[in-house]
Design a protein around this ligand. Structure first.
Ligand code: RIB
Ligand code: CA
Length: 313
């Protein structure tokens, strides 16, 4: 079976970093065509710095890092330093990156890659606000039918919001972009807070990362030591939720996850519920299903996969 070709669109972010490392650890299953960065957790210059730090940590400076949009389509940027720290990758002390930023804009890289590769063979994996993806679809509508699938982290239904009472951060930062993506007709699989809040890095699980004793294992443990503060304080969680690695794990072992194919629409008008993913989980409307909305995970299986794969780096 050939490796699945993906583009990871990302705003690292400690959890983005773990998602990227998991993808890099599994080259026989995943071929990363490139990392495209977007403003989100922290501004674009930092997400682009952090993506390169992660590639260097994994010894994979061959992976192209393409800087993308530095603000949402039509709003001011909202960032999340309160969760990820000033750099966006607080926790481990990692060297400043020396690898180059690829010269092409992320949106152009996405468009050109989708036009170059055989139709239906490239999966987009957005882990941050959907600004780059929506901009690519607006700039080159022809790419929509070339995308195999979009597997994204974002949204929430039963878990409601983490940045406002009703909205999850990635969708909230650029709701107009999310609206374009969810109305695109492209096959979409969503990893919302409903499932990512079940992927908690308990102390035992984080000790297992540290016990790998490798630079990657120790760095991931230190990222989590920092990243867990927000959720422990806010939700009383037993550990940090590994939001973005759920996307990568889904590509590697989809059987770890379960969900429903339902209608999901994005609130873009009301200030009160801006960025809410209105998920028709109970099928109470006749709105057309447009996304597979994941609600559950085999958490032990997820962490067994993650720990085993990180050990390879
Ligand atoms: O709400 C969680 C999401 O927002 C994750 O992707 C995290 O990295 C931040 O981007
Ligand atoms: Ca992210």
């Amino acid at each position: 079976m050939p490796a699945r070709k993906i583009i990871i669109d990302t705003d690292p972010g400690q959890d983005d970093a773990v998602a990227i490392l998991l993808a890099l650890s599994s080259p026989e299953q995943i071929e990363i065509l490139g990392l495209t960065t977007v403003a989100g957790n922290v501004p674009l210059d930092l997400t682009t710095r952090n993506a390169r730090i992660v590639c260097e940590l994994a010894g994979r400076t061959d992976v192209g890092v393409y800087a993308g949009c530095d603000r949402p389509l039509g709003r001011d940027l909202v960032t999340a330093e309160h969760v990820h720290g000033k750099t966006g990758l607080d926790g481990p002390k990692l060297p400043e990156p020396t690898m180059e930023i690829a010269p092409e804009h992320a949106v152009d890289f996405i468009v050109e890659t989708l036009r170059k590769e055989p139709a239906g063979t490239v999966t987009l994996c957005p882990l941050g606000p959907l600004t780059n993806i929506a901009t690519a679809l607006q700039k080159a509508p022809d790419i929509g039918e070339k995308i195999q699938e979009i597997v994204l982290m974002g949204g929430a239904y039963f878990e409601v919001g983490n940045i406002t009472p009703t909205a999850e951060f990635n969708i909230y930062v650029d709701p107009e972009a999310a609206d374009i993506v969810f109305k695109s007709g492209i096959k979409i699989t969503v990893m919302p807070l409903d499932v990512t809040h079940k992927a908690l890095v308990t102390k035992e699980r984080n000790d297992a990362f540290r016990a790998l004793g490798t630079p990657v294992g120790v760095a991931v443990a230190e990222m989590t030591d920092f990243f867990e503060r927000f959720d422990k304080e806010k939700y009383g969680s037993t550990g940090a939720p590994l939001h973005d690695p759920c996307v990568t794990a889904y590509l590697l072992q989809p059987e770890l996850f379960s969900g429903r194919h339902i209608n999901v629409e994005i609130e873009t008008v009301s200030e009160l519920t801006l960025g809410m993913t209105v998920a028709d989980w109970w099928g109470v409307t006749d709105r057309k299903a447009n996304a597979t909305f994941i609600g559950d995970i085999d958490a032990d299986g997820f962490f067994a996969l993650l720990t085993e794969r990180l050990a390879r780096l």
